[in-house]
Design a protein. Sequence first.
Length: 406
Amino acid sequence: MPPGGIGQNPSSKSGRTAGRSICPRCSGHVIGSRHSRTPEEAMIESAKQPQTHHHETASGSAGCRARPRLLFLGNRFHFENTGSHRFLAECFAREFDVVTVPANRVWDRRIRRQRWHAAISFQMLLPPEEYRALGIRRYLLVPMHDSAAKRVEAWRPYGDFTFLSFCDALGDFLEQAGAAVWRTRYFPPPRPAPSAPGTPASIFFWERIPQISWPFVREIARASGIRRIHLHRVADPGFTPSPISPEDERAFDITTSQWFDDPAAADRIVSEHGVFIAPRIEEGIGMSFLKAMAMGRCVVAADRPTMNEYITHGENGVLFEPGRPPRLDLEALPELGRRAHASIAAGHRTWSAFSTALPGRLAEIRPIPHRPDWRLACRGVIRARLATLRAAVRRCQNRPRRSLSH
């Protein structure tokens, strides 16, 4: 599934990398790479590769100087499962060799010994003093609005850092704290032409949190006269989807799904419904509802960031106050979907221009002074070794068991 999309089954991933990689500069096969047992190990192994390598060409072995290296820090779960970082990492991969590393392994000695052009810290932020202690001069920090502090005071310690903000509300906090902020919005590629849904007056809903759950969506459907509903029942950790009662089954035509092994299957089901209800009160970016808009679907979302930064109520979607189910105008749904598609198409052109220029802008980042701190370093090394140990335990748990034969 594309970044942050609707639940692709993590167990369907192979978790192995190719035995050879392609030199990003000359397209030669890099010699000396090997199979890695887990995606996390592949991240660490890629950081050990030398800045100058040898590759195979038609005339034999030749040398090639690799491009500058970019350290991309983030959440291990998203690196291995959702791929929510991929759209941004691919922007920088046009000019850099991007090495993705879980943030809790940044103090691994194989990482610290490398020379990095800059570091991107995506979704997960370390304390500012830890960034300074690492010794990397340029950082681009990319927090997400849904998990970020909503107080200016919380951002003042980061006042000398540079941020990439996908949310205007978060960008305001950062600028008030004195930080340099690059503002943008992500827009996925639109579908060539919005296809008409099988049933315009039908709902697709991904049930993730208790604030927007099946009882809330049921009230929207009743008030709007909608009977056909698809419930994607993959909740966020700590929440169990609401039960579907026999009365609900009689009143509505309900279908359900869990994880999708085939991403195309998720797209197909979303495209069959005219209404997509955004699953959360707040988003960091909101890949799921943006993709629905790119399909030409009418998105119904809470009047909170980031949804209300992409959707104008009654123009290209429907916004509601949390806890107050809206009544939908069924006749307006197709036109709202067409306008949603047009807004994504226009926004994608802006995003494409911004993302093309983004790698070159790293040189504009003001350097962060190196402030060694042996206490932070010791804690970071311990954290990295514990992460390595946990990765080894996961490998053992996932290893196929062999039966004894006599």
